[in-house]
Design a protein around this ligand. Structure first.
Ligand SMILES: [Zn+2]
Length: 274
């Protein structure tokens, strides 16, 4: 009896290890299927420092040096603490930011954050006009030249405003902070009807812009945020280097800090050209 029990146990252990091996080989097969793009890599991220631009009511970036220098044991050691609001610098807005019972930042599927991307450049109109609203016509103009925005695209909107970063007066429209400063914000954004048009007529995975917000500075009711986020389309804000991207045929990888329950998070976003 005892021996047969032992055999039975060995049998169970063997089955379990076979399952693990099968799982591992599945992982390897799927990673082999994913061809890593080999083109030029462009960083679309501003660095985080005391100059980082935050929403005028949000806590700004703080870094505290814990250690920097040669220790008494003779080796060099550096470490810091940092604190940040979710919505500042280059960051992501998770759907939950403006839409109840939707995805928090840790719940956004990776398939929304990695994929084929396009760039819509309106900088010629927006750079001289801080209240510029990117219109349905701007989207359609891009399509006339490049074909219909394909399913699952990540759309990046170039207003040219990243060139003004981190000058608060030029980039935000005000150097002031606090509730009163919100009314003084002037920067371009996506028109609410254009956001609605994208949601209703195109199937996109994410959207990004080189200004502090997907809604323009003078927005009172954040309707572009609401349209996009309530349809689980996350938004990337305060992007840079969009002028280095072509209009289409490139990939984006946008990986935010995985804050459990977060409404947004600091984001490292890169583009890979074909
Ligand atoms: Zn945000």
């Amino acid at each position: 009896m005892k021996i047969s029990k032992i055999y039975f146990l060995i049998y169970i252990v063997m089955i379990a290890s076979c399952d693990k091996k099968a799982e591992r080989s599945k992982e390897i097969i799927s990673s082999q299927k994913t061809q890593f793009p080999k083109g030029q890599i462009i960083d679309l991220t501003h660095d985080f420092s005391e100059e980082t631009i935050y929403w005028v009511t949000a806590k700004e970036f703080e870094m505290e040096v814990v250690a920097k220098g040669i220790t008494d044991k003779g080796y060099y050691y550096a470490a810091n603490n940092f604190a940040t609001a979710e919505h500042g610098g280059t960051h992501i807005d998770a759907p939950i930011h403006f839409a109840e019972n939707t995805q928090t930042v840790d719940e956004i599927p990776l398939s929304n954050l990695i994929g084929n991307a396009i760039k819509i450049d309106v900088s010629e109109n927006s750079i001289a006009s801080p209240d510029y609203l990117i219109s349905i016509e701007d989207l359609k103009n891009w399509e006339e030249e490049n074909g219909e925005i394909s399913k699952g695209s990540i759309i990046l909107l170039e207003t040219g405003f990243s060139k003004l970063y981190p000058d608060k007066l030029k980039y935000l429209g005000t150097k002031e902070r606090g509730e009163e400063a919100v009314k003084k914000l002037h920067f371009p954004g996506l028109a609410p009807e254009a956001a609605k048009w994208l949601v209703e007529n195109r199937n996109i995975h994410a959207i990004g812009i080189d200004t502090p917000s997907i809604d323009y500075g003078q927005s009172q009711d954040f309707q572009s945020h609401i349209s996009l986020l309530s349809n689980n389309i996350p938004a990337f804000e305060n992007l840079t280097n969009l002028d280095k991207l072509p209009s289409k045929d490139f990939q984006v990888i946008a990986l935010p800090m995985k804050i459990k329950g977060g409404s947004g998070a600091p984001l490292r976003i890169i583009a890979i050209l074909n």
